[in-house]
Design a binder for this molecule. Structure first.
Ligand code: SF4
Length: 294
């Protein structure tokens, strides 16, 4: 039996990894990291620090990478077309399981109910391939929908091995997660000290305005670098309607639509920066959202 912890370098998966080591012993635990090739350099360093400090094996799963995937698709992902998670994280993990693991597994995930409504509908325990054998919804004709990626291989693997999922921090708050990490003498990802509420791709296409404000302030070249990519793909990186129509400078060849480029959003934030309470979930003045300032 192997315990595989899906480790992103974020606080929830870090606490879950520590929990797994405490419960099963470090020899039985493997941290599995899906490399999107689009993480902040501090996250890569943090991942190495965490696994070395805990003494657990790290498996890094490669993929085509965020940027190459966007170039292949000729667009950036979005809320409505979130192909990044599927191609960069879910499929590489399924491939790893099917092609490299021949034993019963417990998969530990750092998912918290408080993060979103869809996550709140999950449970603290289930099976990884559950939605290959039972429907997760229905299409508009009422036909049940199940997952299909490598379905034949999945069903054959599942017929032999256990695929239990445990989510140890499911009912925890973000602050409880941070407190658990600190209580176990580890440090959270340094990005949390810089005001990040979430850690993942840097930046993530789904970044909130307050997260973008923090990113652009700390990395003055970021907006220009992202906009150069937006111009190349003629596709918005962030929310296409993040700023008012008259402030949008993104264009698509042969079409009359415009979209918000990263530099438009950056400019909008700068123009509004003197306004207090600009965003509802703005970062506290100490920079650390989780009260990490010393
Ligand atoms: S962190 Fe954001 S950009 Fe990266 S895979 Fe997830 S949704 Fe996509």
């Amino acid at each position: 039996m192997k315990v595989l912890v899906q480790f992103s370098g974020g606080k929830d998966s870090q606490a879950s990894l520590i929990w797994a080591v405490n419960k099963y012993g470090k020899k039985n635990v493997v941290a599995v990291f899906c490399n999107t090739h689009w993480e902040h350099e501090l996250t890569y360093k943090h991942i190495d620090y965490v696994v070395q400090d805990l003494g657990v094996q790290l498996v890094t799963l490669d993929s085509v990478g965020f940027l190459q995937l966007a170039r292949q698709k000729k667009r950036f992902p979005s809320v409505m077309a979130r192909f990044c998670t599927d191609h960069l994280k879910i499929r590489p993990f399924i491939d790893f399981l099917l092609d490299n693991v021949s034993t019963n597994v417990i998969i530990v995930q750092g998912i918290r109910a408080q993060e979103s409504q869809s996550r709140a509908r999950m449970s603290a325990q289930c099976s990884y391939f559950r939605y290959y054998v039972e429907p997760f919804g229905h299409d508009r004709h009422g036909k049940p929908k199940t997952h299909s990626y490598r379905k034949k291989d999945v069903l054959a693997w599942r017929a032999v091995y256990a695929d239990d999922v445990i989510r140890p921090v499911f009912d925890w708050s973000g602050q409880e997660v941070i407190d658990y990490i600190l209580a176990n003498n580890q440090k959270p990802n340094p990005l949390y000290y810089q005001g990040s509420q979430r850690v993942g791709c840097y930046p993530c296409v789904l970044s909130s305005m307050s997260a973008l404000k923090a990113h652009f302030e700390r990395n003055p070249d970021l907006a220009k670098e992202i906009s150069a990519l937006e111009d190349e793909l003629q596709s918005p990186f962030f929310k296409w309607d993040a700023v008012r129509p008259e402030l949008r400078t993104g264009t698509v060849k042969g079409k009359s639509v415009t979209f918000s480029r990263a530099v438009d959003i950056d400019q909008y934030i700068r123009d509004k920066n003197s306004t207090l309470n600009l965003f509802e979930d703005d970062t506290p003045s100490c920079s650390s959202y989780y009260h990490l300032c010393e």
